[in-house]
Design a protein around this ligand. Structure first.
Ligand SMILES: [Zn+2]
Ligand SMILES: [Zn+2]
Length: 239
């Protein structure tokens, strides 16, 4: 009773507001209808392996050209929405500007994106940040997204099995250069924790796939059983 009264007082002082635009909403952390409608959520049809949105439904096993060519190496990947104007306006302040309250609706959208895959993981692992960058930013945005997912699934959140060394930003590089630039930045420091485990990697944006691909490579070499991924948004290029 006291807790409920206290909750009502908090709601009175801080009424629930859309984390993006500040409009009133019914529940803390939820998007208002206008903001929700402005995202390009990735629904079916999509590639069953990498989650790439397909133009038409060619059946449950119809893969995108990249997967069909054997050029995708994660077990599978899911993303909640496309990387476009709206998602960019949310992700950049979340990543660099301390807008950590976005984590709530972003992680919920990512759980929605996982609705059609087998979620029997042993470990949920945010993509690690290099120590220097973590110190500068004071938080790893991928961990903020991974923690609620691990909580809901009731599995271990692993933030210390893999270390990352600092390399300059990849923003201006081509896809090929990104793959070369990321090579060797990750090292598994607790192989016993990942050996034989099914691992879900978590990140905010999927761009070229270079980061998740390299992280998967070192985890598989350390004996992981399988490596899948989920991101809030993904760049969708014509393939
Ligand atoms: Zn809004
Ligand atoms: Zn695919």
């Amino acid at each position: 009773m006291i807790a409920r009264t206290f909750h009502k007082v908090i709601e009175f002082i801080f009424p629930p507001a859309c984390p993006v635009c500040g409009a009133p909403v019914s529940v803390h952390g939820e998007l208002c209808a206008d903001c929700f409608g402005a995202f390009e959520w990735i629904d079916d049809p999509k590639c069953p392996r990498c989650g790439y949105p397909l133009v038409y439904d060619a059946g449950p096993n119809a893969q995108c050209p990249v997967c069909a060519a054997g050029e995708f190496d994660l077990e599978w990947l899911r993303s909640a929405c496309r990387y476009e104007e709206m998602s960019r306006s949310v992700v950049l302040p979340f990543k660099h500007g301390g807008r950590i309250k976005h984590a709530r609706f972003m992680s919920r959208a990512m759980m929605w994106a996982l609705r059609d895959v087998d979620c029997d993981f042993d470990i949920v692992m945010p993509v690690p940040l290099a120590t220097a960058r973590l110190r500068h930013r004071s938080y790893n945005q991928a961990t903020l997204l991974a923690r609620p997912i691990a909580d809901v699934m009731g599995v271990v959140l692993d933030v210390d099995s893999v270390h990352r060394i600092h390399r300059p930003d990849m923003g201006h590089l081509t896809s090929k250069q990104r793959h070369e630039n990321i090579r060797g930045v990750f090292s598994v420091v607790n192989p016993d924790k990942v050996k034989g485990r099914k691992i879900l990697l978590v990140d905010d944006v999927y761009t070229s796939g270079a980061t998740l691909s390299e992280l998967r490579r070192v985890l598989m070499r350390a004996g992981a059983k399988s490596v899948c991924g989920v991101t809030f948004c993904r760049v969708v290029r014509t393939v």
